[in-house]
Design a protein around this ligand. Structure first.
Ligand code: GLA
Length: 519
């Protein structure tokens, strides 16, 4: 018994000693491992977008002691990281996006575990997003090889958009939050609000509808859009038309799947789903093609759309590069963006709108300059500013693509978007160009546009910060014999004017829009 007890005791203490040794060895090994763990290398951070897709960001990191340096790689942009540390298995660094003064800092905080980094990224003022970074190779961040481009030719006219297209687009209001439900709701509202009767017919889905390609390389929609064909059928059942969005690059501007190398296949998919309009946005194509390849690249999709035999309006979006107004029609374009993106404020809207007069002569029935979509009703401008927006776009014969939440419009927004008399200027069947009479930098801007049947539209714009009197003579506008004069915002006829001209006081950032009938 004693022997047994002793040996038991011995056994117990032996086990304890062994355990201590094992713990000491392995414990110190794992401490050493953590210490020697190193985040140097090339990482691919996949962040779920919440609709079945992942967004990739790449990091090329170098660790020295506890300090981490390197680059963040977002598409073609390589941005040095700052404040990089790796301590106790935790990594931290920041990336500053954009250029001064409009910079945005994103902070990254992660934990290294089993060779992966669980990462939380957070841009200033935004919700944090979670993703997982895995070891990768620099090749993964490179754009695919450049595909050959076709020889130039003239794509035959599709005979669509004889007047500037009218409708709605999801981007300005909804951006990444567009969904099947939103699109159906907006289609319903377009009809019930009277917008359809006013001429708005296209319901256009912008970026972030895209899912991954299937095994055959066909585009699919993501979880926000369960069935594109059914959605198109629904929009058609309301007597409306429906539009979709893609890019000639591998990725869209929001980082979703683009049509690169699948142009014909995608045109066929869009036609099979029943789409009537395609906005084709340059985005990541800039990382593959040269700027002077643009015409050929857009021609490729122009040909592909025509070959589907479905009438599909072709909307070019490459921000006005390469004087697109001189060749947009030749690639089958019905409209082409002439500038960068609009936003919902006076500075952006007026900068874009008042920069368009010199190229107005390039627009014609079937082929229009597109100074971007409307912001009316989104809340960032005054009523006068939105009336200027609507009037200016109409004087320019620009597409009228509303960008607000049509399910929820104030009476003032409705009165601006559905001003039939202003819409009639935009939609004048002759599509003749507006002329600026005042010097380009004048705050009082007098513009005139000939309409069908010898009438004229006259826009008096006040870009200044005080109300001001704007006057003109008929001779100045080239109008020999003015007929009846109508105020298109007050919806009244102007009883009489001085025989040689007219004067009006126009509010700050406001407009007076007149229609002068033929005598
Ligand atoms: C670009 C376009 C916008 C919109 C976004 C979507 O910025 O100019 O109109 O389509 O892409 O990502």
């Amino acid at each position: 018994m004693i022997l047994v007890r002793l040996s038991n005791r011995l056994r117990v203490s032996f086990v304890a000693v062994l355990a201590t040794i094992v713990f000491a060895v392995f414990g110190s090994m794992s401490a050493a491992q953590t210490q020697s763990a190193n985040v140097s290398g090339f990482w691919d951070l996949k962040t779920p977008t919440g609709d079945g897709n992942f967004r990739d960001a790449f990091f090329d990191l170098k660790q020295s002691g506890e300090s981490v340096t390197g680059d963040a790689i977002f598409g073609p942009r390589h941005i040095p990281i700052a404040d990089g540390t790796f301590r106790d298995g935790k990594i931290h660094f920041t990336v500053t996006m954009g250029r001064t003064p409009r910079t945005r800092v994103i902070s990254y905080d992660g934990t290294l575990q089993d060779g992966k980094i669980n990462m939380v990224s957070q841009a200033e003022g935004r919700e944090p997003t979670h993703g997982v970074a895995e070891p990768s190779k620099p090749e993964a961040a490179l754009p695919p090889p450049r595909l050959p481009i076709p020889a130039l030719h003239e794509v035959p006219d599709n005979h669509l958009a004889r007047t500037p297209p009218m409708g709605w687009n999801s981007w300005n209001k909804f951006a990444g939050k567009v969904s099947d439900e939103v699109v159906r709701g907006v289609a319903d509202a377009l009809v019930s609000s009277g917008m359809k009767d006013a001429g708005y017919v296209y319901i256009n889905i912008d970026d972030t509808w895209e899912g991954p390609r299937d095994a055959q390389g066909n585009m699919t929609s993501n979880t926000k859009f369960p069935n594109m064909k059914a959605l198109a059928d629904y929009v058609h059942s309301k007597g409306l038309k429906i539009g979709i969005y893609s890019s000639p690059g591998p990725k869209t501007c929001a980082g979703y799947e683009g049509s690169y190398g699948h142009e014909v296949q995608d045109a066929n998919t869009f036609a099979a789903w029943g789409f009537d309009y395609l906005k084709y946005d340059w985005c990541s194509a800039g990382g593959i093609y040269k700027d002077d390849d643009m015409r050929a690249v857009y021609q490729k999709m122009g040909d592909a759309l025509l070959a589907t035999k479905r009438p599909i309006v072709f909307s070019l979006c490459q921000y006005g590069h390469e004087n697109v107004w001189t060749w947009g029609d030749k690639v089958g374009g019905n409209l082409w963006r002439t500038t960068g993106d609009i936003s919902d404020n006076w500075q952006a809207m007026s900068r874009i709108g008042f920069s368009q007069f010199d190229i107005a002569g390039y627009a014609k029935p079937g082929h229009w300059n597109d100074p971007d979509m409307l912001e009316i009703g989104n809340g960032g401008m005054t009523g006068d500013e939105y009336r200027t927006h609507m009037s200016l776009w109409s004087m320019l014969a620009a597409p009228l693509i509303a960008g607000n939440d049509l399910r929820n419009m104030t009476e003032e927004t409705k009165s601006i978007l559905m001003n039939h008399e202003v819409i009639a200027i935009d939609q004048d069947p002759d599509g003749k160009p507006v002329k600026r009479i005042s010097p380009a930098d004048d705050t009082a801007m007098i513009t005139v546009r000939p309409l069908r049947g010898g009438a004229y539209a006259i826009g008096l714009f006040n870009r200044g910060d005080q109300p001001q009197k704007i006057n003109f003579t008929w001779a100045q506008l080239g109008i020999a014999q003015p007929g009846k004069i109508r105020d298109l915002w007050k919806h009244t006829d102007i009883p009489s004017t001085a025989p040689d001209g007219y004067a009006a006081t126009v509010p700050t950032h406001g407009v007076m829009l007149l229609r002068v009938s033929a005598k």
